[in-house]
Design a protein around this ligand. Sequence first.
Ligand code: UGA
Length: 441
Amino acid sequence: MNITIFGSGYVGLVQAAIFADVGHRVVCMDIDAERVDRLRAGEVPFFEPGLAGLLKNGLDNQLLSFTTDAKAAIQASEFLFICVGTPSRPDGGADLTYVMDVASSIARYMTSRKVVVTKSTVPVGTTDKVLAHIKQALHDQGRDIPIEAASNPEFLKEGSAVADCQSPDRIIIGTRSPKVLEDMRRMYQPFNRNHEKIMAMDPLSSEMTKLTANAMLATKISFMNEMANIAEVVGADIESVRRGIGSDPRIGYQFIYPGCGYGGSCFPKDVRALKFLAGEHGHRAEILTAVHDTNQRQKNKLAERVMTRLGFDLTGKTIAVWGLSFKPNTDDMREAPSRYVLEGIWSCGGKVRAYDPQAAEACRAIYGERDDLVITEHKEEALEGADALVICTEWKAFWSPDFEQVKSLLSNPLIFDGRNLYNPAHMEELGIEYYGIGRGR
Ligand code: UGA
């Protein structure tokens, strides 16, 4: 089938590569000419395991192409996927400018039947809004061309995006058109082989499913972070509690890891957007407010700990930071907890020596060159002469370091661990002053 995808970010690019991999002919349209040039040369603009190989295959067998030409991209395919960004507006609502720009282009350039599919995470009602916008524009131009729509949210996780997309837990197709459902079923057939994963519903429920899934996962995390904070004041160990509750299959082990807060391009934005959407409809979403506020508090926690222990004046002090990305296996620092740590230390006059296996470039892009930031090549280098180590991301390389070396490199054996990687009793034996999250201190 011929498919056009608008937006070559995480969702668009991974989906395009996956569709081309199973034989669909995919055109990827992006307004960023530099990005398109890099993609044509086989260069993935962000770190995502497995994606470079798929991109290369798609380019080599000419099933995947990239363009900045909206007209050609629209006329190339019957199915037009919208995978552009929906960033937060200052009021917390989702900014639909890019989505509606695509809708306007479709109306301008389409000359035959089209099916427009919203894959970006959008407020409930957006698919209908996009369809109505295109129909109105066609009507205004006096053109009568069939146009239909579907919502088809994406559930991939950064860091395992390729695998998630190749083996989805579910494929949600929200449409009122039986023909669109049938065609999309054919499109997704290669991913729907072992058992039935397609769930058909109306577009409003489909959009709401995506927002609800992210809000539920964010709620689990904020809930556990709240429990960790209670565990700390009552002297319990949240790691024992986590294992204790996870053993109940109704609760499960996933997404109950306490830490220094959730980040990334999805949870923070989507919780805010859903809360805003509820408010627009006159409903105060108290749980979502609590989820968001708890997360903001949690993101400040590591920096506050450092200040409580080392003082609010960190002049002359250097803090080592391990992990800058919002989670392992990505170079993404959007809404990352590490940013609160860095900015907190700097606001008290301290210096940072940071190491991350992938996010050095992203960090430089955000903060530029500055005297109070050294980004090191190796994790050991970050420790040299530092007054403490703060761990923000649970990259595997940090799970089992040579603790004697850590001790000897730090000027002070002090660790603030935002991901509960180490055993407090072991740290005590080693003579390392250790602060985890919800672990009795
Ligand atoms: C999330 C969802 O997991 C995907 O299903 C969804 O498709 C995606 O958003 C999206 O809407 O596009 P992602 O943001 O890539 O995916 O990352 P996650 O692995 O979900 O992690 C999000 C944050 O939660 C990270 O900061 C992570 O450290 C934190 N987290 C996760 C915890 O603090 N504790 C946990 O137990 C799990």
